[in-house]
Write a protein that binds this ligand. Sequence first.
Ligand code: 5AD
Ligand code: SF4
Length: 506
Amino acid sequence: MEIDSLHLEDDARQVFLAAPAAEPERQYYFMEQLHRMVGARAEAGDTVLTYQVETFGCQMNFRDSEKMAGILLASGFTEENGKHPDLVLINTCTVRENADERVYGHLGYLKKQKERNPEMVVVLCGCMMQEPHVVETLKKSYGFVDLVFGTHNIYKLAELLFLMYSGRKWQLMHPVKKNGKYRVRHEMLIDIAADADLIVEELPDERKYPFKASVDITYGCDNFCTYCIVPYVRGRERSRRPEDILSEIRKLASLGVTEIMLLGQNVNSYGKQFEGVTFYGLLQEIEKIDGIHRIRFMTPHPKDFPDELIDVIAASDKICHHIHLPLQSGSTEIIRRMNRHYTKESYLDLVRRIREKIPDAAITTDIIVGFPGETEEDFLDTLDVVRKAGFNGAYMFEYSKRTGTPAATMPDQVPEAVVKERFARLMETVQEAARKDLGDLTGSVQEVLVEEVDPDRAEGVTGRLTYNTLVHFPAPEGKNPEELIGSYLPVRLVENCGFYYIGVVA
Ligand code: 5AD
Ligand code: SF4
């Protein structure tokens, strides 16, 4: 960003130019500056600034939001769950068109709020912002947005907020109202990087749960599935250094976290850029960390799921017996056109290899219906794989055209009515297969990690099996449901309700 284009007042400019160049020191410097500004405002008799973070999309985005919440807290803001935050940050997703539509819908609502409360700051970031046409639309039709950045500069939130608020510094430093309202000098500050320059470690974060945590292992994606926007909006694949990941997990364990979810667009390609580093090797190291009881990961790609990984999971009593293995399509020809590098047969063979060594493995999947050129025969192959693989669950999506991806310009886009009809048949087949599979556990006693108080049942709690399946059960006599959160309990599964169980503590 060119400093001259920012029109900073002299003192803000001086502060900006004095910032250290190295990260993360630079960001801590800006957090301190913001902290001072927020404090000065409070001293002048105004309220402490509050924030609200809203997150769309996948677990990576939720993890990014935890990091941004950490930066906001370290900058002196407090969280606000009510209706009147001073700053709203929306972390966007663009994986399918309806994700975009939800963000625009939400912006419509925020526009009305901002008309009533012009000093409220609206920040947009994340995947959708990496698409140039989105930024153009924002400039044209959503001029009330204050700050826009993408996926690559999330670590710079404090610096960007400093710059944005410096344009509005009078508001922070001298909260003077005119006719009952603050005067707002408004300019949309936009900072989008085409690709990531560096991985910044050791920034603050605010984790949502005290007992479980997500940990990024790779960023970006190099697979270029032809339907998928992710490689364009999250950039090239980069792995975090094993020692950074391990020290983060050790720290989490020391804080009481017992379940770790490792995140990457393709976890099996973890470590490619380092000598002798593999994903299953990383898993073995994580297993050694005291206090970690459950290890999950998301998402492996079926094209490279080595036997060593299956062996490591089979031999472990910490790595969960749940594998999310996106199929996308069961037709070898469609898989080829999706650029996914496996076949119907090799996918089923992988499922067989997994079940051979991990007989109780729960396998879930993602399936796209209506990829361009998908014929009835192709679709029947998908149903066939669903029946043969016996998925415990599937996320199903109608194909959504994403501008800039190769599939968007492929011929033979499937008519909507056909997609809808196939989707309904797929859903039925998935449910049938899941019902059959899940039935097996009824009557058994399983370990459950209690995650929350059951919102629908008095004195009840909700937890998860190693298979990721939800279980609802009553808190034992005399136990406060709240106090059970984060504990592992043996639970007898008494009723199979399709995608969840009802149980009793054994
Ligand atoms: N249309 C429909 N579904 C998609 N997904 C990714 N891109 C698209 C698209 N263009 C689905 C895939 C992926 C999941 C996260 O989202 O199934 O695994
Ligand atoms: Fe959405 Fe994909 Fe970005 Fe996740 S990586 S937020 S699913 S676009």
